[in-house]
Design a protein around this ligand. Structure first.
Ligand code: GLN
Length: 476
């Protein structure tokens, strides 16, 4: 399969038209989408029109941009002008955003073609895409298994060859975990590196947008395109987008890598084995790898599952039957609000809103929310001390390979999927999942490379080295 880089260079140099490139992907969607269900909508007509425009730009000798004619699939919680954005929830039924998210605008100006909107756990709450109101997405490597979540549709779209790259959002692992389970690359950038303007908010102090791709270099190219300051997001870091692509092949000689000991406990044996093999490959490349302790990560899940629902309970208050989408009948306004929310939200979303409201209530605030925020500070300190003696940290991305549908029906078992990914969200640091061989049932395994804030360039360099050493797998 051609990389996004190759496709863009083909289009720019007129070896292929953008319309031809798009049609190839539309054909594979036609072949396999029915069984995979990666998309909530494939925006065929607008995509063909956008691709034709790129071809006109090429024909007229102007610069079509670095992603010329590259089809991109977008998680369906990213606002797209005049195209339904559902968050895979009934409550947004019929709502069409009046504007494009900043990332969407940046992709379009770079010549990318938006091919469709991908399925997710409702409002990005989940780790399997089983909580979508529109039915689950299936893992292209084994249709009886989940693709991970919440950005399961985007991960599956790239793994199935429906799009060369995709965007997702990562609040507690929702890019990295599905990337690991589907055998693709997934990146959560430093908090504030990518604008959240136009991303439907789940937990605003964690949410970050990032790319999925078949290889590290494509992920770097997409992140370069969507990153950089945006005055429309007050938490956006006032820096230009980082340059990542140049340094990818510089190797890992002399690099100090720490293997986070707490994140090796409670992890399936097949996954741990792959992480140790990755460590050996890094050593062979000239890096030092030793165990490092980041004690507070043991409390990461607990803190995350208090703070994220607390923020969600506030963010989701806007879905009241007045401003967006669905409205259920009620004799009084308050009845209408309640009926709309009961009808429009799925069980997991309702559970999170209740949990969050509880954690913020008078009398419980200090005991739960306040304590969780302290864990957040402790986690920052523990990472800082690990980074005092290490450049990069390594761990599994997910405690297991992709599991089967219905296998994790109780919430606690599902929440444990996020053990290795939530720490980076709590502190705002970047992390990337890179495929490294397979585990149980021949399913893909992902290893996670973490870096300190704005350490993307080193993180990508290590990821690229790991990718070059990884056992090769057959395409789907
Ligand atoms: N699985 C986590 C949750 O359910 C993370 C979700 C996400 O990153 N959007 O909250």
């Amino acid at each position: 399969m051609n990389s996004a880089r190759e496709l863009a260079s083909d289009v720019r140099d007129s070896r292929q038209t953008a319309v031809q490139v798009l049609e190839d992907f539309l054909r594979s969607i036609e072949d396999k989408e029915e069984e995979v269900h990666a998309f909530n909508v494939v925006d065929r007509e607008n995509a063909v029109e956008a691709a034709a425009k790129i071809d006109e730009i090429v024909a007229s000798g102007r610069d079509p941009g670095p992603l010329a004619g590259v089809p991109v699939a977008l998680k369906d919680n990213l606002c797209t002008r005049n195209l339904a954005t559902t968050c895979s929830s009934r409550i947004l039924e019929g709502w069409k955003p009046p504007y494009d998210a900043t990332v969407v605008e940046r992709l379009r100006s770079a010549g990318a073609v938006i091919i469709g909107k991908t399925n997710l756990d409702e409002f990005a709450m989940g780790s399997s895409t089983e909580h979508s109101a529109f039915g689950p997405t299936r893992n292209p490597h084994d249709l009886t298994r989940v693709p991970g979540g919440s950005s399961g549709g985007s991960a599956a779209a790239v793994a199935a060859g429906f799009a060369p790259v995709a965007l997702g959002s990562d609040t507690g692992g929702s890019i990295r975990q599905p990337a690991a389970l589907c055998g693709v690359v997934g990146v959560k950038p430093t908090y504030g590196l990518v604008s959240r303007y136009g991303l439907v908010a789940f937990a605003s102090s964690f949410d970050q947008i990032g790319p999925f791709a078949n290889d590290v270099a494509d992920a770097a190219l997409v992140l370069e395109t969507i990153g950089g300051h945006d005055p429309l997001d007050s938490t956006s870091i006032p820096l230009p987008s980082p340059s990542l692509s140049g340094g990818l092949s510089s190797g890992v000689e002399g690099l100090r890598v720490g293997l986070v000991s707490e994140l090796l406990a409670g992890i399936d044996e097949d996954v741990v084995e792959r992480v140790h093999q990755t460590a050996d490959a890094l050593r062979a490349g000239g890096a030092t790898v030793d165990l490092v302790s980041v004690p507070a990560v043991e409390y990461g899940l607990t803190a995350y599952y208090l703070i994220a629902p607390a923020e969600a309970s506030s963010n989701l208050a806007r879905y009241d039957g007045v401003r967006y989408g669905l409205r259920a009948e009620g004799s009084e306004v308050a009845d209408m609000n309640a009926a709309t929310r009961r009808e429009g939200f799925g069980d997991e979303v309702i559970a999170r809103v209740m949990l969050g409201t509880f954690a913020l209530s008078a009398g419980y605030y200090d005991a739960f929310y306040g304590k969780a925020q302290k864990v957040r500070t402790l986690t920052r300190r523990d990472f800082d001390s690990a980074y005092a003696s290490h450049d990069i940290l390594l761990s599994p991305t997910s405690p297991s390979v992709a599991f089967r549908f219905g296998e994790r029906s109780d919430p606690m078992t599902m929440y444990r999927c996020d053990t290795c990914t939530v720490p980076s969200n709590l502190v705002g640091d970047p992390a990337i999942s890179v495929p490294y061989g397979t585990g149980e049932g021949g399913m893909p395994v992902g290893v996670q490379v973490m870096a300190p804030q704005l350490g993307e360039s080193e993180m990508f360099r290590v990821a690229s080295f790991i990718e070059s050493q990884a056992p090769k797998r057959d395409a789907v």
